[in-house]
Design a protein around this ligand. Structure first.
Ligand SMILES: Cc1cc2nc3c(=O)[nH]c(=O)nc-3n(C[C@H](O)[C@H](O)[C@H](O)COP(=O)(O)OP(=O)(O)OC[C@H]3O[C@@H](n4cnc5c(N)ncnc54)[C@H](O)[C@@H]3O)c2cc1C
Length: 392
């Protein structure tokens, strides 16, 4: 049984079915991909990992303008496509269809409440069509998203913290129709704000922030950013006309364990989200494939005990563990900086030789590798950053 038909759950179900397992994919909503809780900014690598067509692509994106709190701008990118704005409803729908085509059964409107270890497997309990649902399974992959209720009830621990994300889709004339804009500093304490061009004349404008770092609600922060940010307000046709609203949590930090007897946890529920950007589709899907592979081996061996399934913990920690832990330290470091310190860092990064490194080696899915290259390029001019580190 797979719980949750988001990208991570759909991919786990697809890979299990392709491997010959009998799979039931349970989704609490009556349709897949709704409500949307995402900006839909995905790299080519993420789309490839999702194994989908280009039907979900709204527009290609080539450049980024990163605004320092005081308004200074770091412009990166060129004529190469670096990312896509996608429609998550179409993406998730196609991923669910792919799972079904591979042989998985999809049960919509099935809300799972508990997963309990049972002799040589698990019992998955919930409600379907107003009636109690009880399923015996050899393995359950929990892909329940950021809520993580089942994960915590299994005693696996929770993610370290959850950032608040809020976004509006509004009429907007961007300065660059093929570029995203990011807004650093007090506009969105703890992460950043963004404007991502979507359908013609529209953009997804939002922010993610750490609620504990401000007394003001994320929604009020967003309204203030749209009203007052010098780079944003002049391109907004009408800040009060909203064509779409997104509200959701972004998990950071992984639970202590992501496997137990008969159970593995994937995606947002496992904290598989890049802490430096809040993007979770690529890593969630990548790790879901690892979980499916371990499940298939365990089913083959007839041993789905915690000891065997711990191979999944080891696999994802080996591949993305460092990206996640270093990313979390970076996110915490940047959250502690003042607007003045962020201004200095953006100014240091705007040097042509650094922009060249970013353009040549920038990879949305590997921000830590890029940070390492930038640090070695900056050398002595890292001083403002070091100063910020020492005196924050
Ligand atoms: C504002 C915002 C913007 C974002 N922008 C981006 C972005 O641009 N790029 C990016 O890569 N990531 C982005 N993310 C993160 C991204 O949306 C998630 O990382 C991704 O959706 C996680 O996939 P998932 O399959 O783990 O969980 P989800 O997509 O949340 O899917 C979980 C599914 O499980 C179902 N479910 C939950 N509990 C149960 C239950 N008990 N029984 C049955 N079904 C259940 C839910 O209904 C849901 O369908 C953003 C997040 C937010 C909040």
């Amino acid at each position: 049984v797979v719980v949750g038909a988001g990208p991570a759950g759909c991919m786990a179900a697809k890979k299990l079915a392709e491997g010959g397992a009998e799979v039931l994919l349970c989704e609490e909503h009556r349709s897949v991909g709704f409500p949307v809780q995402c900006t839909g900014l995905l790299s080519q690598r993420a789309l490839d990992e999702c194994e989908v067509s280009d039907a979900c692509i709204v527009r290609p994106l080539k450049r980024a303008r990163i605004y320092a709190p005081s308004g200074g701008c770091l412009c990166i990118g060129d004529e190469r496509t670096r990312a896509y704005c996608v429609d998550r409803r179409i993406l998730d729908g196609e991923m669910a269809r792919n799972a079904v085509r591979a042989g998985a059964r999809l049960l919509l409107g099935a809300h799972i409440r508990a997963v309990r270890p049972h002799y040589e497997g698990v019992v998955v309990e919930g409600v379907y069509d107003g009636k109690p649902l009880s399923l015996d399974a050899r393995v359950c992959i929990v892909a329940e998203g950021v809520g993580g209720r089942i994960t915590r009830s299994l005693g696996l621990g929770g993610v370290k913290k959850v950032l608040s994300g809020v976004q509006l889709e509004v009429p907007y004339s961007p300065p660059d129709e093929e570029g995203v804009e990011l807004f650093l500093g007090g506009w969105a304490p703890g992460l950043f704000g963004w404007a991502v061009p979507s359908h013609g004349g529209q953009a997804r404008i939002g922010l993610a922030m750490e609620p504990g770092l401000s007394q003001t609600s994320p929604h009020e922060h967003l309204m203030r950013m749209m009203r007052e940010h010098p780079a944003l307000k002049e391109h907004l046709a009408s800040p009060h006309t909203s064509l779409g609203f997104v509200l959701g949590g972004i998990p950071m930090g992984t639970p202590e364990r992501t496997s137990a007897d008969g159970v593995m946890v994937v995606g947002d529920a496992a904290g598989h989200v890049k802490p430096t950007t809040g993007g979770g589709v690529y890593m969630g899907v990548r790790c879901a494939k690892m979980a499916a592979e371990v499940a298939l081996m365990a089913l083959d061996d007839g041993d789905t005990s915690a000891g065997t399934l711990a191979a999944y913990d080891r696999a994802w920690r080996g591949e993305v563990g460092k990206e996640l832990s270093v990313g979390l330290r970076l996110q915490e470091f940047f959250s502690g900086l003042s607007d003045g310190q962020l201004d200095e860092i953006v100014a240091a990064l705007a040097k042509p030789e650094v922009v060249h490194v970013i353009n040549e080696h920038g990879d949305m899915e590997k921000p830590i590798e890029l940070a390492r290259r930038i640090a070695s390029k900056l050398g002595m001019s890292m001083l403002p950053i070091l100063k910020a580190l020492l005196f924050r």
